[in-house]
Design a binder for this molecule. Structure first.
Ligand code: FRU
Length: 825
């Protein structure tokens, strides 16, 4: 079985190549022909391909056969013609890299392909069959093309068609239209330009034009290529489409860009099993982004086939931030999310020389969890983030699981020739030799250039334990009083503490927690630090422990904390072992740990979590990426009713996002008289002081123009603050997602104070100066555009209310005019 067979013109593109000494135009001989370009893309990406066509018995024919063979294309269907020469096309480049053609084809060998030249047996065994209209301009190749295509279709191949209208090649454009329509009637996948769409349907509106083609010809996927603006794709039987922005590149020659795009698309289709019906809605954007990247890269060099990129180059392009993060539905606009692909835990957060580093668990080749790398982002203000190249990739010791980073100020490690630099301490994850048992060992990497490049320590791993399987996520800090590095490590059902003088050699100090706090899942991602209570000289230590998902509990993964003392050896819990304190009462804040080395003058303990939940993280309905971080939050301790608890608030720097502010005071709400504020924005900060002495339940609803609403509510009778996301939009990707959940909040002076941040698909709620935090993701069907406050029954008073619209940290990239604000997925 071959993956793809293409039929049609194989020809020479003569591409302009400067001027001769005498000042005459020179041309470079490049292999080409749209169907040939498509199959070479797939060959280069490792797929099996074949070509059917006709060449002359001449040097050019031999050259083409050789190039195709060298690129791994099966050329036994390429037959020779005595009566005509290999077709030649001269390309005339315009200044912007766009081109016109003159064809030397009177006739060219390609037009003389007859049905008898084709081995119909060969066609029976192909998964995809691809053709265009250039081989349908004349007989006998027109009948041969259609016959071969019909044969492939009857044998179950997916049919891909490119109308590829070249007016100069047709005697009559009406005939072109008839033939293209015959092609459309056979096709499952059509790649078409905006001009071609208009030529066939008479429509310039892409939604309408593609809808017409879809209904008239029963085409399953229509890809409208819009050059550097990207691609509009219609898919599914109903009204689904997405507009996927293109990549900005240095274009020198657009020859073959559309073919390369299509090759990239078909490659992705084959990678996902080759069945269009099985592609999930959220995968269309990554698929088309990949195709856009292939198309864009081909324009960066002259010729088509010679310019086809490798998989690595394509991936690099996708990783670049060159797409418009402004327009994707659900893409957070002021929370960090990777430009593409998967993210989970924040890792290695460290402040060094004016830069906050945020590294993170990252799978750069997929939107689901896989071989872990450390992705990297950097910010100077904890608000605006720049994505840097991937910091660490798996090596012979395994994948790079979670961990921390520190500044080794005194060069205790000896990595920095007496200076200072960054050291990452992380888990290397692989399996024990000749077994399935996971092996997790701690390792080091260091950076001498402010985190821009990392070197693995040659003595890795530096800490292992053959008894304990879950042995991971080291968090390291320098304990000045003890003059020692301390490592906090998650070990299945407890935490272990280790000590070191040089970050390389570690001694066990103690363990904590086998019977303290919550144990419903495996313990992960610990952190330990000291904080003062209410800003006084009195201090306590805070130990953070994340708990993995356990299907028996509704919450999924969640994070707890302990308050106690730590003397450099041992942690002692201040509370009774059965006390459970949650860091965040929402569903989407996991694996939160804090920044290392924030200067003493600043003095803040800033923490950031993964805004997701292992219960459904791999299914979240985002498209080109999955996973984001919470807002960075400052942690403090406060004493309430005799016990010490943690409070948290987003860092003050986020106030720079405020655009427009509206304020109200003394607003009474009832079920009949709601407070309604239309915002037309889905990036908001809301501050509400609510008098709840009437005892009636208050709802703040974040509504979209559709049917959906996310409710942030307070029930004074139960003293319960909740988020109800059961009707928040898309919820059916996992049965646990639609839910109402919350936490006890005791009113203060007859009221509660709420601060809420809404970032398109993220809601963070803080009550009473951060005593309780609730973080949730939502996937509204339409963008949220109004805030609606009322009671269930009775009446409540809003003492004060401020609503700020916020700006995005992503800079829109030029092409937004033609694109609706959101991508419809
Ligand atoms: C927590 C976690 C860590 C592990 C990492 C792997 O979310 O399971 O324990 O190091 O993710 O990606």
């Amino acid at each position: 079985m071959v993956d793809i067979t293409a039929i049609g013109e194989v020809l020479i593109d003569f591409t302009p190549a400067g001027l001769s000494e005498k000042g005459e135009q020179l041309f470079e001989c490049n292999p080409g022909g749209a169907p040939a370009n498509v199959v070479v893309v797939l060959s280069k990406l490792g797929r099996s391909t074949a070509i059917i066509g006709k060449i002359g018995e001449d040097q050019f024919g031999e050259y083409l056969t050789r190039v195709l063979r060298e690129n791994g294309v099966d050329t036994k269907g390429l037959v020779k013609e005595k009566q005509a020469n290999t077709t030649l096309a001269f390309v005339h480049l315009k200044e912007d890299g766009d081109r016109t053609f003159s064809f030397y084809r009177n006739p060219g060998a390609d037009m003389l392909l007859g049905i008898d030249d084709i081995d119909l047996e060969q066609i029976k065994d192909t998964k995809i069959f691809h053709f265009g209209s250039v081989s349908m301009t004349h007989e006998p190749s027109a009948s041969a093309t259609l016959k071969a295509c019909t044969q492939a279709k009857e044998n179950g191949a997916l049919i891909s068609f490119d109308p590829n209208l070249r007016p100069a090649l047709w005697k009559d454009l009406e005939q072109a239209k008839i033939k293209i329509k015959e092609g459309l009637a056979l096709a499952d996948i059509v790649k078409i330009s905006e001009e071609e769409l208009e030529f066939i349907t008479g429509l310039t509106d892409l939604e309408e034009g593609t809808h017409q083609i879809q209904t008239q010809f029963k085409v399953k996927v229509i890809l409208v290529t819009k050059a550097e603006k990207g691609c509009f794709v219609r898919y599914g039987s109903g009204s689904k489409w997405a507009d996927v922005p293109g990549f900005k590149v240095q274009t020198v020659d657009t020859t073959g860009a559309g073919d390369a795009f299509l090759g990239g698309f078909l490659y992705q289709l084959l990678e996902r099993g080759g069945s269009i019906d099985q592609i999930r809605d959220q995968d269309w954007i990554p698929i088309v982004r990949f195709a856009n990247a292939v198309g864009a890269l081909v324009t960066t060099q002259k010729g088509a086939i010679p310019a086809i990129p490798t998989y690595k180059e394509i991936n690099k392009q996708i990783q670049s931030t060159g797409t418009d993060l402004f327009i994707e539905s659900y893409r957070p606009q002021f929370h960090y999310s990777p430009p593409a692909m998967w993210m989970n835990d924040p890792n290695g957060m460290v402040y060094f020389e004016g830069e906050y580093h945020l590294l993170y668990q990252h799978h750069p080749e997929s939107t689901v969890w896989g071989p872990m790398h450390w992705g990297h982002a950097m910010s100077k203000d904890l608000v605006n983030w720049e994505t840097l190249p991937v910091a660490m990739s798996p090596d012979h010791n395994g994948a790079i699981f979670s961990g921390s980073a520190v500044v080794d100020w005194k060069d205790t490690s000896g990595f920095f020739e007496g200076g200072s630099g960054l050291v990452a301490i992380f888990t290397h994850a692989d399996i024990y030799p000749d077994s399935d048992r996971p092996r997790q060992r701690q390792s080091l990497a260091y950076s001498k250039d402010k985190g821009r490049s990392w070197t693995f320590y040659t003595g890795n791993p530096i800490l292992s334990d053959v008894e304990i399987t879950d042995f991971r996520d080291p968090k390291v800090f320098w304990m000045e009083e003890a003059g020692v590095w301390v490592m906090v490590l998650a070990c299945g059902d407890h935490i272990r503490f280790y000590r070191s003088a040089n970050l390389k050699d570690w001694d066990f100090a103690s363990e904590f927690g086998k019977s303290d706090g919550s144990h419903y899942g495996v313990w992960e991602c610990p952190d330990l630090f000291e904080l003062s209570i209410d800003g006084s000289n009195q201090k306590r230590w805070v130990l953070i422990v994340s708990i993995g998902d356990n299907p028996d509990y509704p919450e999924g993964s969640k994070t707890q904390y302990y308050i106690g003392s730590f003397d450099g050896w041992e942690f002692v819990n201040d509370n009774a072992p059965d006390t459970v304190l949650w860091l965040d009462e929402g569903r989407d804040n996991y694996a939160a740990v804090s920044w290392s080395d924030i200067p003493e003058e600043d003095g803040r303990r800033v923490i950031i979590g993964w805004m997701n939940n292992w219960r459904y993280a791999n299914q979240a309905p985002t498209a080109s990426w999955r996973g984001a971080a919470t807002l960075p939050r400052v942690l403090s301790l406060t004493s309430r009713n005799g016990s010490v608890v943690l409070t948290q608030m987003p860092v003050q720097e986020v106030e720079q996002l405020r655009k427009e502010s509206h304020s109200w005071s003394d607003v009474a709400v009832t079920p009949e008289v709601s407070f309604i504020h239309k915002t037309n924005e889905d990036l908001l900060e809301i501050e509400a002081n609510i008098d709840i002495r009437s005892g009636d339940e208050v709802h703040i609803q974040l509504k979209s123009s559709g049917q959906t609403a996310t409710i942030i509510g307070y029930d004074p009778v139960r003293e319960w603050l909740f988020i109800d996301r059961s009707k928040s939009g898309l919820t059916d990707f996992n049965p646990s997602f639609a839910c109402k959940h919350g936490a006890r909040v005791v009113p203060e002076n007859g009221g509660i104070k709420l601060r809420i941040w809404l970032d398109r698909s993220a809601v963070e709620v803080f009550a009473n100066d951060g005593l309780v935090a609730l973080t949730d993701q939502i996937f509204p069907d339409d963008p949220i555009d109004n805030v609606w406050i009322s009671t269930e029954s009775g009446r409540a008073e809003l003492n004060s209310l401020h609503i700020h619209t916020l700006s995005s940290i992503h800079k829109p990239e030029g092409c937004t005019e033609q694109i609706s604000r959101r991508v419809n997925v």
